[in-house]
Design a protein around this ligand. Sequence first.
Ligand SMILES: CC(C)(COP(=O)(O)OP(=O)(O)OC[C@H]1O[C@@H](n2cnc3c(N)ncnc32)[C@H](O)[C@@H]1OP(=O)(O)O)[C@@H](O)C(=O)NCCC(=O)NCCS
Length: 182
Amino acid sequence: MFTYALDDHVELRPLVPEHARALFELTDRSRDRLRQWLPWVDSVTEVDHSANYIKGAMKQAADNGGFSAGIWVREELTGTISFHEIDWHNRSVGIGYWLDKQFQGQGLMTSACRALTDHALMRMGLNRVEIRCATTNRRSRAIPERLGFVLEGIIREAEKLPQGFVNHAVYGMIQSEWKRMR
Ligand SMILES: CC(C)(COP(=O)(O)OP(=O)(O)OC[C@H]1O[C@@H](n2cnc3c(N)ncnc32)[C@H](O)[C@@H]1OP(=O)(O)O)[C@@H](O)C(=O)NCCC(=O)NCCS
């Protein structure tokens, strides 16, 4: 499974059951801010819910369908980044992510997304990586934009969040473009 050192202090590690408590505590601490963008947050109210999420992610990885990694900074869990279910026929995958507020503004998620995109397109033989964000989620949109993804379109009222239906901006990166940009 994918483990990746982003630098001397930052590492992406696949989530395993031992991470459940740290993941729950991080989610709990961040929930007021995350709720605005991540509809699943309110359904995570105890450690078991995080444990179940990890179990699902491990099964997905075992089935070669993607995986979910924690972003660890000096042994502290700061957020997660995941491949959504891989579409092997079309060799395409989506990426999702979130980060503790205290660790924002340092380029951590941009660097994690760069690593996963590179892994998908250069090692796993996938052809397309997609990132979808609410059009109003400025910080999230800035990540694919920084990495050179192409804004391919807007999907109207694609997701229901606490503030109501939001439009999605769809960003894509194709293997041939990534090879040229690396
Ligand atoms: C989306 C989210 C992960 C973005 O976090 P972020 O800290 O803005 O993203 P990064 O870690 O890539 O950091 C980028 C910031 O670090 C700065 N930075 C510093 N060093 C940097 C470097 N080497 N490379 C890139 N950016 C760097 C950038 O300028 C930027 O800060 P700015 O927006 O104030 O200009 C975070 O806001 C979040 O978790 N939001 C809630 C959940 C969510 O929305 N998830 C996505 C749903 S689609």
